[in-house]
Design a protein around this ligand. Structure first.
Ligand SMILES: C[S@@+](CC[C@H](N)C(=O)[O-])C[C@H]1O[C@@H](n2cnc3c(N)ncnc32)[C@H](O)[C@@H]1O
Length: 301
């Protein structure tokens, strides 16, 4: 794609581009710029007066986005920052109001495959899960240091796994023998906690999926950051401006849904997507990562 390095296929990008029309001199914030796939598509409609501000907590994503968005006519500013700091970051650029805020939550395919992030149970890698290497606490710290009850609560609250107590018990039992340092070790321990699936009751997802989700959310404080981003929307958006959030699990989607509803009740937003937009079967076949995506859009009144 024009010399750009895009390994991550942006989810629901075409749908988003159909729904969102920006003024040609508009200001857009891509709060999770990643490799810039969404920004590249939307940025092609923007003129030289327009600005895209991209944020990401992953320094390698910041570098790639910079490179990938070079061809755009508009101004592009990519910052190494958590989107919870969106208002402060825009303030530093003398930007008070924007026409579009986009967040495509979660992980990129590149991060999932990169051992440095330690996110995947499909490949054995050091158990880390920090998107932002400035954070102090890794997933290994949590599984090796938390007491059993806190661990079970965390797996229940952020992973919605009903087997959370049993999984926590297995983790604590295992770590008495040796520290849990890799994703492979943890995936095996969680699988053992579930035991052999009964005949005909094989789950569609790997038994460790929910535990890994819970740890990732905890390590990166994902729900609190999302709440802060959502809270910044009303003040930052120009009248007629849009906020669009692509989420990948019900905890995130629940926060987005209730924030948009509350703001609609107060007359601040109009909800554009009465029901969340989900990818077509064709998109899911082409990009497995899209399968749990939900897009919600609201417009500032
Ligand atoms: C699904 S990817 C985004 C992909 C991007 N839309 C694209 O087309 O390439 C999510 C990105 O959000 C980043 N991220 C996650 N939490 C963040 C946060 N709180 N603040 C800023 N970036 C975050 C991750 O590092 C990752 O690069």
């Amino acid at each position: 794609m024009d010399g750009s390095i895009i390994e991550h296929t942006p989810v629901l990008a075409g749908t988003l581009a159909e729904r969102i029309t920006l003024p040609s001199d508009g200001v857009m914030v891509d709060a999770t710029i990643g490799q810039g796939g969404h920004s590249l598509l939307l940025g092609r409609t923007l003129g030289p007066e327009a600005v895209i501000v991209g944020l990401d907590v992953d320094t390698s994503a910041v570098r790639r986005a910079h490179f990938n968005l070079k061809e755009l006519a508009c101004n592009v500013i990519v910052l190494h920052s958590n989107f919870s700091q969106i208002t402060e970051q825009l303030g530093k650029q003398d930007i008070e109001k924007v026409d579009f805020i986009l967040a495509d939550l979660g992980v990129s395919s590149t991060q999932l495959a990169d051992p440095e992030f330690g996110l995947s149970f499909q490949t054995n890698m050091p158990l880390d899960m920090r998107f932002d290497k400035r954070l102090k606490r890794t997933a290994a710290d949590i599984v090796n240091k938390s007491d059993e009850k806190s661990l079970a609560d965390l797996i229940y609250q952020f992973g919605q796994d009903r087997a959370s107590r049993r999984i926590a018990r297995f983790i604590v039992r295992h770590r008495k023998l040796e520290p849990i340092r890799t994703t492979g070790q943890l995936a095996q321990i969680v699988s053992k906690a579930f035991g052999k699936p009964k005949r005909g009751r094989r789950s569609r997802i790997h038994p460790a999926t929910r535990t890994f989700q819970a740890l990732r959310i905890a390590v990166n404080d994902e729900l609190e950051n999302l709440k802060k981003l959502l809270a910044s929307g009303p003040d930052l958006l120009n009248k007629g401006g849009y906020i669009a959030i692509i989420s990948f699990h019900s905890l995130e989607d629940g926060l987005v849904k209730s924030d948009f509803r509350q703001n609609e009740k107060s007359g601040i937003y109009r909800i554009v997507t009465k029901k969340p937009i989900v990818p077509t079967r064709e998109e899911i076949e082409e990009n497995r990562r899209a399968r749990s995506a939900k897009l919600r859009i609201a417009q500032k009144q």
